[in-house]
Design a protein. Structure first.
Length: 299
């Protein structure tokens, strides 16, 4: 059971003993939402710590839940959650998440094959949560924005109500009347484009190259999940949104868990969700991409 702590010092004492202190703190790059640190303890142990404002503690509660859900699949490596909590600090206080430190490794010769097979195994995992349908037992975050995960028996309904409709509503100020007509047409006819899977799949939810590390054994390590149970095509689609993975990854995934015909026709619709999220986070620069996909499915 991963514990919640009310101070960083208390967490370190509980996890590593009274004699262990922080010997060195290194500020690490990467990530726009949280501050990241490498903590080296006096016994030589290295710990990865994320920190944010105290009131943003829920970011770490959700990340803990997501990492633990992926670990339940016994399919692919993630950092181990050590502990999380809040600290009053010297001034306004902060929230924190402690994870095992993942040392970067060199890509193994079979990195992409192994990664694809591991992801396919994770996508075959429905677990006890997946038996509830599509969604997750708590809402979480996609980037800095809230992600709604209300359980739904239909994947198409889930993707319409918990993914596209929420983002369209939040982005309404960017749209003109023509856009709004297209949005209504798309949401009303989503069942003409998407298909129901045979079973829910455990999804990473934010499956782009920046959330895949090469660990010390040369194998993939997944970080920063936005976990839910959905259609695996949504994860695969996002891998192609920002540059894509090595072509061998897609070949190996299809060998391990073949995609249904028509995936290429559905891919952009899944990525519309992420483009809308970027529009809502970063603004106007993503509007043309959103409109292009709207036209693709409504003309």
């Amino acid at each position: 059971m991963i514990k919640k702590y009310d101070s960083l010092a208390g967490a370190l004492v509980d996890l590593f003993g009274n004699s262990v202190k922080i010997a060195k703190t290194d500020r690490l790059t990467g990530g726009d939402i949280n501050k990241a640190y490498g903590l080296t303890l006096t016994d030589g142990t290295k710990v990865f710590m994320k920190a944010n404002a105290r009131e943003n503690f829920n970011f770490f509660e959700c990340e803990r839940a997501g990492l633990e859900e992926i670990q339940k699949s016994n399919a692919i490596t993630t950092p181990k959650v050590l502990g999380y909590g809040t600290d009053n600090g010297e001034q306004v206080g902060y929230s924190f998440l402690l994870l095992s430190f993942v040392e970067l490794g060199n890509f193994a010769v079979n990195f992409w094959d192994d990664f694809a097979q591991s992801l396919a195994k994770m996508h075959r995992f429905s677990g006890s949560e997946g038996s509830n349908g599509f969604g997750f037992y708590q809402d979480n975050y996609i980037g800095a924005r809230a992600q709604k995960n209300t359980w739904t028996k239909s994947w198409i309904e889930f993707f319409r109500d918990n993914r596209l409709a929420v983002q369209f509503k939040d982005a309404d100020k960017y749209f003109d009347e023509s856009d709004r007509k297209r949005i209504s047409k798309l949401l009303d006819n989503l069942d003409k484009f998407l298909i129901e899977p045979d079973a829910p799949s455990l999804l990473h939810g934010d499956m782009w190259a920046g959330n895949v590390m090469c660990g010390p054994e040369g194998k993939a390590v997944l970080i920063d999940p936005a976990v839910y149970y959905g259609h695996r095509e949504a994860d695969l689609a996002m891998t192609e949104l920002f540059g894509g993975f090595n072509s061998r990854f897609y070949e190996a995934y299809n060998e391990a868990f073949p995609l249904e015909s028509g995936y290429d026709d559905r891919r952009d619709l899944y990525n519309l969700y992420h483009l809308l999220n970027h529009l809502n986070m970063f603004g106007q620069n993503y509007l043309d991409g959103v409109r292009a996909i709207l036209r693709e499915y409504t003309e």
